[in-house]
Design a protein around this ligand. Sequence first.
Ligand code: GDP
Length: 139
Amino acid sequence: MQQQTLAIIKPDGVARNLIGEIIGRIEAHGLRIQAMKMIHLSKTQAEAFYAVHRERPFFQSLTDFMSEGPVVSMILSGENAIQVWRDLMGATDPVKAAPGTIRRDFGQSIERNTTHGSDGQETAAFETAYFFSQIESVN
Ligand code: GDP
């Protein structure tokens, strides 16, 4: 199934000059970049993006982290793009992520895990619309 998903290179990835490395892996795995921009989220914008995690104990820390510096957000598309991108990222906790995945190779902790990817079709629709207007995405 052709899908779209939202990918984010988190502040720890941008700060360590990993943008090119991560985009290289995305392209090497056949995903297409349909939209891309660098932005510095405010704390309020990070809270709205992660609203589903509002009750989790790490919500304050996560939204502080996500607003500490710029991120690169992208809409990726391709066959089964949601799962393909999650497989490329690896498990949430870098120490549990499979060898060769982005989070295993670059993640610093369960929080500072370098990339984000939508976890399902509904989430992908919300998240791509949160970051991009229709005119910012190519067909
Ligand atoms: P994901 O879909 O793999 O990104 O994982 P989740 O949706 O469960 O969590 C969202 C983000 O919150 C993760 O990517 C981490 O940055 C952060 N996070 C998840 N679990 C923890 C945790 O136990 N502690 C902390 N500090 N951050 C966490």
